[in-house]
Design a protein around this ligand. Structure first.
Ligand code: HCA
Ligand code: CU
Length: 396
């Protein structure tokens, strides 16, 4: 069964400007746990003592999820991570030719020795630790390097190999760049050595393909997929948690174990503390995700919401809504009047037409109309004009 690793607290905190205090991290972790996330990657304890504190607190919080630390491939960093009492450790070290030559200045052999040394150290320190090794930038590294490093890592004690699309380079539409190809090839190469680690994927969104690549990997048999809330992370971030879960649940309803009704609280919490607004058109939790606007749409959903909705908002703790503006029609006004308990006015066609005209005038100024707050005043204004016109007509 597919497992989800959430990295909002690690990768997500690598979003420029984002900082979560240890208290906020705990609150986010608790919601992730309620949703049913399997692994929560909290951060790299070697980066800051406050991160070490956050990891320790969450590891002690009694959550069902496995709690993880992230670490450079260094003995003292791993040791700091293990001091936090984690269930999971992610060690990353690139074996791409470019990185080995231009950055680390070491040979592949010494890189592999170092990976094996660090992983065996972690394994010896903690027998029940789940250890993940990530050959960073996997999909731009020679596959021979990846498999050699993966074999050594698993032999040294790693349980998971993560295929990282660190720069969002993969695409399901070009065979040499498919992340699913890496899942299959790495699984087969390891199986030849009788090694059967879990395969994880970490997909960045630089080309807007993170979700597509995550699902492509899922089809190829990936065991773990990395996500974050709002897809937060370095540059354009990674796979968005809600988008992935909603899709997985539809592709495979037997796996419908996630409590999507908590997503709303999770996104609101993360958005608040990251100071990053949820885009209004964000799937599932955006303000407009279940809001219908154009007249044709509103008149159709008044009869049956499913005519313009393929998701049930109730499953996500939302209700369908309508918006008023330039694109509205008569039925929008009728529905909006119902919403403010003024059904009595719907039969007055003249008045409804005036309200619609006024709504359009306001919309042309680029102002969003709040139905609850502003429609009553618009109704009052239009009623007064309506009344005086009726009077005039009466006089004439
Ligand atoms: C990073 C890079 C990383 C690591 C992923 C992993 C990536 O920010 O350290 O350790 O599994 O995208 O490769 O996020
Ligand atoms: Cu990343």
């Amino acid at each position: 069964m597919i497992q989800i690793l959430d990295s909002t607290l690690r990768e997500g905190e690598q979003t420029p400007g984002v900082y979560f205090s240890p208290e906020t991290k705990l609150a986010i972790a608790q919601l992730l746990d309620q949703i049913g996330i399997d692994i929560i990657e909290v951060g790299n304890p070697a980066v800051d003592t406050e991160i070490a504190l956050a990891v320790t607190n969450i590891a002690k919080a009694g959550l069902k999820a496995k709690i993880g630390a992230h670490s450079l491939c260094r003995l003292d960093d791993v040791s700091k991570a293990l001091d936090c009492g984690v269930d999971f450790l992610g060690v990353f070290f690139s074996i791409s030719q470019k990185r080995l030559q231009q950055d680390y200045n070491i040979s592949l052999e010494s890189a592999i020795d170092r990976i094996a040394e660090v992983i065996s150290y972690a394994r010896n320190q903690q027998q029940d630790l789940i250890i993940r090794y990530t050959p960073e930038d996997t999909v731009r590294s020679p596959i021979e390097n990846v498999t050699a490093a993966a074999i050594a890592a698993v032999q040294a004690g790693a349980n998971i190999i993560s295929i990282a699309d660190t720069t969002g380079y993969a695409t399901p539409f070009q065979s040499s760049r498919r992340i699913s190809g890496y899942v299959t090839t790495i699984k087969e190469a390891l199986a030849n050595y009788n090694l059967y680690p879990m395969i994880e994927v970490h997909c960045h969104n630089d080309r807007g393909l993170a979700l597509a690549n995550g699902l492509d990997a899922y089809h190829a048999g990936a065991d773990v997929i990395d996500v974050s809330v709002m897809g937060l992370g370095e540059r354009s971030g990674i796979v968005d948690i809600g988008e992935l879960l909603a899709n997985l649940m539809e592709i495979n309803p037997e796996q419908s174990r996630w409590k999507l009704e908590y997503l709303k609280d999770l996104y609101y919490l993360v958005s608040h503390y990251s100071n990053i607004p949820i885009p209004p058109h964000h799937p599932l939790v955006g303000k407009n995700a279940f809001t219908h606007y154009a007249g044709v749409h509103v008149s159709a959903i008044a009869k049956d919401e499913s005519l313009y909705q393929s998701l049930d908002p109730q499953n996500l703790g939302f209700k369908s809504d309508i918006a008023l503006g330039m694109q509205s029609g008569i039925s929008s006004i009728s529905l909006a009047l119902k919403q403010i308990n003024r059904e009595d006015l719907i039969s007055d066609r003249n008045l409804v037409a005036k309200i619609l005209k006024e709504v359009k005038e306001i919309a042309k100024r680029g102002t969003l109309i709040n139905i609850e707050k502003e429609l009553p005043a618009i109704v009052e204004y239009c009623s007064s004009i309506n009344l005086s016109i009726n009077k005039m007509v009466g006089i004439l």
